[in-house]
Design a protein around this ligand. Structure first.
Ligand code: HEM
Length: 133
């Protein structure tokens, strides 16, 4: 059971990373071309935040299944910070009228979240892509 969870947690990272890179690319594209903010931006950012939250949930299941050692504390705090960073523009924009929504906050938040994820994986001596990186 715990091994299955670890495999799921390990594998889901690639989807999280893919969604994060999609947010960086789409927000950069929106920013460079100066196009109006659209629903696809919100959907892409929501997928990234949603997958990240699912990953946090799997991580907590791993912890309660008995997998814990002190080094994991850094992993946990950095990943929680990443989940917050990915969520911030979505929550802020929900309260803003559509014409006040812009691409830049998504770009900043996704880059910050991806950096935090990178450091969070390094904190437990693993690599982001599992192949030396
Ligand atoms: C607060 C949220 C999280 C908790 C509580 C958590 C917890 C854990 C635990 C208990 C392990 C097992 C460590 C071991 O056996 O050595 C682990 C491994 C790992 N976690 Fe997390 N995690 C969280 C978030 C994340 C996120 C957001 C990502 C990446 C997007 C991530 C990526 C990984 C990776 C790559 C491993 C190594 C898996 C392997 O050995 O193949 N974790 N995590």
């Amino acid at each position: 059971m715990a091994t299955g969870l670890l495999h799921a947690h390990s594998g889901l990272r690639y989807l999280v990373l893919l969604a994060g890179v999609a947010v960086v690319c789409y927000s950069l594209y929106g920013l460079i071309t100066g196009r109006a903010y659209d629903r696809a931006m919100r959907a892409t950012a929501a997928s990234f935040a949603g997958l990240l939250h699912l990953q946090v949930l799997l991580g907590f299941f791993l912890l309660v299944s008995g997998r814990f050692y002190p080094q994991l504390i850094g992993h946990i705090f950095l990943m929680l910070a990443a989940a917050v960073a990915a969520q911030v523009p979505l929550s802020v924009f929900r309260r803003r009228p559509p014409e006040e929504r812009t691409y830049a906050p998504h770009l900043v938040s996704s880059v910050v979240a991806l950096l935090l994820i990178w450091f969070g994986v390094l904190a437990i001596n693993r690599t982001l892509l599992g192949a030396g990186f």
